[in-house]
Structures are given as structure tokens and as C-alpha cells.
Design a protein around this ligand. Structure first.
Ligand code: HGY
Ligand code: MN
Ligand code: MN
Ligand code: MN
Length: 402
């Protein structure tokens, strides 16, 4: 009689493959405390219980599953389950399923960690609902003030305070928990590679070297809403025009700033009627690289000039910022050595590991993505590389928790 197959990381990914599919955008849309993400939290809790791990939710809504009583010098691994709108299947969940599978592999190898081993699921890493990336890890570590987070609103106008209340958390308790973070000795996040790094290197796994500095800004252009047909072309103050010119300016400015990646992926015209000249247009800027402040200054001056030419105004506000992070070199090299010397890759993507690295030694493991595409349905990793990643994570956790 064939026994039930050993759970594998690729098998666990298949278990959640239908949760949060976005039938209109394609890919997945899973955002903090929405139906899909709550279903994934339940799934994670079930998988943790199946492995006899002790579950807890911290005051900021991040989920933790412990092998051994949580205590000082714990080795923690994990990632996130939320996605960008229309995102891929691997960004986030791959780190979570690999962590659960690494527990299975350690047990199959007869390894009992000498240190507490934790598996964490951080909330709202993508900022897909409330606009601030790594919301859960930033709140827990104190790098985002609770009062600022509680006021954040989602596109429907729901505040983060109401969303956490709805999820059974106490908004009054949201905030930094240094005792909780103090339990963590080392943190290792496994993540699907979000570029071509491993394709070009020809290997299934790499360690992380740096995370690019990155931030998000909102620009609101305001003009005069009006009738699309009754308003002569020379009698308009249409905010859509400076917004469109700013999108083009972002590409031009970024193209001439070495190492810069700047994107406008989200625009919102208000009120958004086909036969209505917009009264305001919101544009969100994602800018990353070695000299973001000067790039944002150039974008802002282009936006102001375009707005003025159309008799409009523009207001710019910063929504999030993360400095460049260099992962702990000693931990990076130890992780690489445990894997026989895998290459170290920089990344243009932000991660909870980068937030944690300001508080505890943190490392990242990347698993090859043969498409080189991420934040889109084409994001992919072969089962063989997924399983190689879980084996590598188990080896690293075994070494760190010995
Ligand atoms: O946006 C990012 O870089 C990450 O995927 N949250
Ligand atoms: Mn992402
Ligand atoms: Mn991610
Ligand atoms: Mn991450």
C-alpha cells in the first residue's frame, strides 16, 4: 500500500494553488486580512499544527509556529503569504512552504534543533492593501510607528485599525515588541528569485548579498472636473495631462540615473468617468536605487512644471522608505559555506529579511526562477528547484540551530 507521499514544498504550493486566484487580473490577489489571506492563515495554522508546532500571533498580526519553546537565540525562517495584485504563485508562499518542508526534512534526517526553531508568516509584505510594504515586520520591529499605520486606508477607505479589529486584534496593542524580536538569534528568508540572477549563474540556489534602497510616493494632481463634451479644449484644467507627462518623465529621469529603477504601476482618476474630465488624478511612484532622493526631486519638479502648464496643482507625499541593506557578511558566508559555496546575489526587491536585518543577523536564500519574471502570473520555479531550495534551507537551519 503506498503511504501518503511525504509533504514537499512543491506539494504544499499545490495545496494553496486555488486560494486567491484573480480571475480578472490573472495571477493571485491576496491582501492582508482579505478572504484569501485569511484562508491562507488558516491553512498555515493547520500545517503548523500537523507538525506539532506551537502557534502564536504577535500583536501586529504576524503568525509564528515554534518547534521548541520560543526563547532567546531562536533560529527563525519564513516569509509572507500576501501578494501584489495579480501576482505570481511563488513570491512569499515559496518561503513559507519551504520552511514547513524544512521542518519535515530535519525530522526525516533525525535532527532535533538545539535552539528554538520558528517559522514566521509576516503580514502585508507587499503593501497591496494599505500601501506600505513589509507592514507587519516594520510594525513589530518599530520601524513604522503604530499611529501612522493605524491611519492607513485601503482603496475602499477601510482603516488599518478597522481591519486589524475585524481580524480580532486590538489596535491599541499594535506596535513594536522588542521582547518578541529579542527572541530571534538569526533570521533566514527563502524567496523565489525575482530577476534573471540564477538563470545566468546556472544554479538552483543563491544567498542574498544586498537589498536595494527603495521607496514609494503618492502624487495627487488636482484640476477642474468637467463635462467631456461641453468643455472646449482650450478651457480645461485636466489633471490627467500632467499625470501622463509625469509618467513619461519618470521613465526619462530613471533611464539617465545609473542603477535606478522607477515605476508608475498605479494611477487613479477621480471620479473616473469616461465622459468626465477628472477633478484629481493620483499617481504612485515606486523608486529604487543608489540615489533615489535626487530622482524623486527631479520627478517632483517635472510634475510641478507639467501641472502649472495645465493650471493644475500637485501634492507629493512619501508613503514608505527603506535604506539599502547589506546582509550580515558573516551569516551570508556561513550560509553559503553550508551549501558548498553558492553565489551571492543582490536584489532589486524589498523583503522582510531586510527589515529584520536592522535588529538581528538576517540572510536570504533565492531559488531559481527560469522566467526571470515576478509580480506577474508568469513567475515560476521548477519543482526540482523548489525542492532543492527546501533541502538547502533545511541544511542551513540544521547548521544554525546546532
Ligand atoms: O516590492 C518589492 O520589492 C517586494 O516584492 N515587496
Ligand atoms: Mn513581492
Ligand atoms: Mn516577497
Ligand atoms: Mn520577502
Amino acid at each position: 500500500m503506498t503511504g501518503t507521499p511525504e509533504p514537499s514544498a512543491s506539494g504544499l504550493l499545490a495545496d494553496i494553488a486555488d486560494v486567491g486566484r484573480d480571475r480578472t487580473r490573472g495571477g493571485y490577489s491576496r491582501h492582508v486580512f482579505d478572504t484569501a489571506e485569511l484562508e491562507l492563515r488558516e491553512w498555515f495554522a493547520g500545517e503548523a499544527r500537523r507538525r506539532g508546532l506551537d502557534l502564536e500571533q504577535d500583536r501586529c498580526g504576524n503568525l509564528w509556529a515554534w518547534w521548541g519553546a520560543p526563547g532567546p537565540d531562536a533560529v527563525v525562517t519564513g516569509s509572507h503569504l500576501d501578494s501584489v495584485p495579480g501576482g505570481g504563485a511563488f513570491d512569499g508562499p515559496l518561503g513559507v512552504v519551504s520552511a514547513l518542508t524544512a521542518v519535515d526534512i530535519l525530522r526525516a534526517r533525525g535532527v532535533t534543533p538545539a535552539k528554538p526553531l520558528g517559522v514566521v508568516v509576516f503580514s502585508e509584505e507587499e503593501g497591496g492593501r494599505f500601501g506600505v510594504p513589509c507592514l507587519g515586520s516594520r510594525l513589530l520591529t518599530g520601524s513604522l510607528p503604530a499611529e501612522k499605520a493605524l491611519r492607513l486606508r485601503d482603496p475602499d477607505g477601510t482603516t488599518f485599525a478597522d481591519a486589524v479589529r475585524g481580524a480580532g486584534l486590538d489596535p491599541e496593542r499594535i506596535g513594536a515588541d522588542p521582547d518578541f524580536v529579542g527572541r530571534i538569534g538569526r533570521f533566514v528568508e527563502l524567496h523565489v528569485e525575482q530577476g534573471r540572477g540564477l538563470i545566468d549563474l546556472g544554479g538552483p540556489v543563491a544567498v542574498g548579498s544586498t537589498v536595494i534602497a527603495h521607496g514609494r510616493w503618492r502624487l495627487t494632481f488636482a484640476g477642474q472636473g468637467n463635462h467631456a463634451g461641453a468643455t472646449p479644449m482650450d478651457d480645461r484644467r485636466d489633471p490627467m495631462l500632467p499625470a501622463a507627462e509625469t509618467v513619461a518623465a519618470v521613465r526619462r529621469i530613471a533611464a539617465s540615473a545609473p542603477g535606478t529603477r522607477a515605476t508608475v504601476g498605479r494611477l487613479a482618476a477621480n471620479p473616473g468617468g469616461t465622459n468626465v474630465i477628472a477633478s484629481t488624478v493620483d499617481l504612485w511612484l515606486d523608486a529604487r536605487g543608489p540615489d533615489v532622493p535626487s530622482v524623486v526631486r527631479d520627478v517632483e519638479s517635472a510634475a510641478r512644471a507639467a501641472a502649472e502648464a495645465e493650471g493644475c496643482t500637485v501634492a507629493l507625499s512619501e508613503e514608505s522608505w527603506g535604506d539599502e541593506v547589506v546582509f550580515d557578511p558573516a551569516l551570508r558566508d556561513a550560509v553559503s559555506a553550508q551549501l558548498g559555496g553558492v553565489p551571492a546575489l543582490p536584489t532589486g526587491a524589498g523583503h522582510d529579511a531586510a527589515v529584520l536585518s536592522a535588529h538581528v543577523p538576517a540572510a536570504m536564500l533565492y531559488v531559481r526562477n527560469p522566467t526571470g519574471v515576478s509580480h506577474a502570473p508568469e513567475e515560476f520555479a521548477e519543482d526540482s528547484d523548489v525542492d532543492a531550495g527546501a533541502e538547502a534551507l533545511a541544511t542551513v537551519l540544521s547548521g544554525l540551530s546546532a
